[in-house]
Design a protein. Structure first.
Lengths: 341, 254
């Protein structure tokens, strides 16, 4: 049997060099973007501070008004924004691979619906910020438990059922949220709308969120080779030696934890979880080893910039940050989509 | 050696085969034949340890498959699935590299050796030129060749191939069977292939396993097993025997 053969491959090292160089390049760009976004968040605001003074205050922290503004007012919020964005991007990346669905975002499992309902009910009864966070947390965990309980029974796991259960539960929660909005006293309404569109002005300490973000990112990178295989389907992943069941539960738990942490910190901020991983993929990165950390950096810096815009664009009036994640993200995403073949 | 003992396969409401005892030895190339829906893919899945049989067991060198860890099993048994779900966003080379997962360090990732294996496999199926192209942009036949490259890069000693020739043109059907034949003969490996192509079965395979469609299974050396009566019964279709230079093959008599 004679079969035409092509000449020997000469590509050898180039083949892997190209995507690695691209990933390194993206790490550099997004690393700088992250630093720049945090600096911008410390610099801009109603109290004028020069970026030189910001850097000065970071390098030589001396007490004073500038120091107070930067470290007590802006830094906690900037760090909360970055952690929140990173967590949403991480959750989106994990859920897109778990559900093998490009449209999955952190909220498909009903987490945002549960958290929103909890927060709104707390607002209705006039609860404070801490009680509201607690209620949001309870609502999110409740939604996760319901979705997981209905989907995972006796070792049987089906990602389509998981997705559908999440979507159905979200629809129900959305109806309850509308009902709460309609019945709520007018005085509470604006606070509720803010919460629903994402709002970082009430953020509690970002330290736990950073811990969760760093731990989950490291775990996701550790599982990255398995996640790559998972994208090919359950059977294929198993045939290549992945213990699929434990991995699915781990990814579900990680995504749920990331989403709950982010939602309690900043409300239901849309867009970032869906789009950050897609933007990185459109830039030519498919392997999770690079995709996971790059998405986290992109989500974090995007939300930090959006939050800075949200509190300065209409100052002294603050706007919900969700408006800005979309206003910044949509054109960028459309550009990337138009550019890719 | 891969062997199944007392293997009973069933899908809801139907028993596909009962008490199957077959040994797939090194140096043997098996054709798994039968009508649609008779249990060929289910057998491949059971042999690969991907589906638990209703009864019986599958052993790899005397050790039950269930007792071997997943990555260790994947170093010895490679499976080409008939249908692959999911979308792959990466390049062709990235896709083939996934076949190296059983050999890769979980932290260190894929090494230069793995890339060499992947590139060698792509070269073997004539897809080197497309290495950097996105997998999703390939045609059906090209994807099939790349999927075969992936299993070649995996370097298992036992190949379980569910319809390896689907979507392939004649030249590439020949190429794939030549590659498999070389692995089986020169490296003393084992190939078990679900085939429908009448042209190749008698020429390439040393053994055959035929699902007769009524729950019965015949297995043995291909020469003795591949008779017109048996195949007509298995396929439920009249066949004509065609002589060619190297032997005979069967085509539908319609």
């Amino acid at each position: 049997m004679s079969v035409s053969r092509e000449p020997p491959a000469v590509s050898s090292r180039f083949a892997l060099a190209a995507p690695r160089a691209r990933a390194a390049w993206l790490f550099l760009v997004l690393g700088l973007a992250s630093v720049a976004s945090l600096l911008a968040a410390l610099t801009f605001g109603s109290f004028p501070v020069d970026v030189v003074h910001v850097i000065d205050s970071i390098v030589f922290p001396l007490p004073g008004v500038v120091h107070d503004v930067i470290w007590n007012l802006r830094a906690p919020r900037a760090l909360a924004a970055f952690a929140c964005g990173g967590l949403l991007a991480l959750a989106g990346t994990l859920l897109q691979v778990l559900l093998r669905n490009a449209l999955a975002d952190p909220y498909v499992l009903g987490v945002s619906g549960g958290a929103s309902l909890g927060a709104l009910l707390a607002l209705t009864v006039g609860a404070g910020a801490a009680a509201m966070s607690l209620a949001a947390f309870a609502g999110a965990v409740g939604a996760i438990v319901i979705v997981f309980g209905l989907t995972y029974r006796a070792g049987d796991w089906n990602v389509y059922r998981l997705l559908l259960t999440g979507v159905v539960l979200s629809a129900g929660l959305s109806a309850l949220i509308s009902l709460t909005l309609v019945l709520a006293p007018d005085a509470q309404l604006k606070g509720m709308l803010f919460w629903l569109m994402g709002d970082l002005s009430q953020s509690a300490s970002a330290a736990p969120a950073w811990l969760v973000l760093i731990a989950l990112t490291v775990l996701a990178i550790a599982a990255s080779l398995r996640l790559d295989l998972f994208a090919l389907g359950e059977l294929k992943a198993r045939s290549l030696g992945v213990a699929v069941g434990p991995l699915q539960i781990g990814v579900f738990a990680a995504a749920a934890l990331a989403t709950v942490t982010a939602v309690v910190l900043g409300g239901a901020i849309g867009f970032i979880g869906l789009m950050a991983p897609h933007a990185i993929r459109l830039a030519g990165i498919a392997q999770h080893r690079a995709l996971v950390p790059l998405s986290v950096l992109l989500g974090g810096s995007l939300l930090t910039i959006a939050d800075t815009a949200a509190r300065t664009a209409w100052a002294p009036q603050q706007l919900p940050v969700g408006i800005f994640t979309a206003l910044i993200g949509v054109p960028a995403m459309l550009f990337l989509l138009g550019r890719s073949r | 050696m891969l062997r199944c003992a007392g293997l009973t396969l069933a899908v809801p409401g139907r028993v596909l085969c009962a008490g199957l005892d077959v040994g797939f030895n090194s140096g043997e190339m098996w054709a798994v034949l039968g009508r649609n829906g008779t249990g060929k893919s289910t057998l491949i899945h059971a042999l690969a340890g991907l589906a638990r049989p209703a009864l019986g067991r599958v052993e790899l060198d005397g050790v039950p498959l269930a007792g071997i860890d997943a990555r260790g099993r994947a170093r010895q048994i490679g499976v080409l699935l008939q249908i692959e779900e999911g979308t792959y966003w990466g390049s062709v080379l990235d896709y083939v590299l996934l076949g190296r997962f059983p050999h890769a360090g979980l932290w260190a990732g894929y090494a230069a050796r793995d890339v060499d294996e992947a590139e060698g496999a792509l070269h073997a199926v004539g897809m080197s030129a497309c290495a950097m192209q996105r997998y999703a942009t390939l045609s059906g036949g090209e994807r099939q060749r790349v999927r075969i490259a992936q299993i070649l890069a995996q370097r298992p000693g036992i190949f379980l191939l569910d319809e390896p020739l689907q979507h392939l043109d004649l030249a590439h059907q020949a190429l794939v069977l030549t590659l498999m034949g070389a692995r089986v003969r020169e490296h003393d490996e084992t190939a078990v292939m679900v085939l429908h192509e009448p042209l190749w079965i008698g020429r390439s395979c040393t053994h055959a396993l035929i699902f007769s469609g009524d729950g019965g299974v015949d297995s043995g050396p291909a020469q003795a097993l591949l008779t017109r009566e048996r195949l007509e019964h298995a396929y439920g279709c009249r066949l004509r025997e065609v002589e060619h230079g190297e032997g005979r093959c069967f085509v539908p008599d319609v």
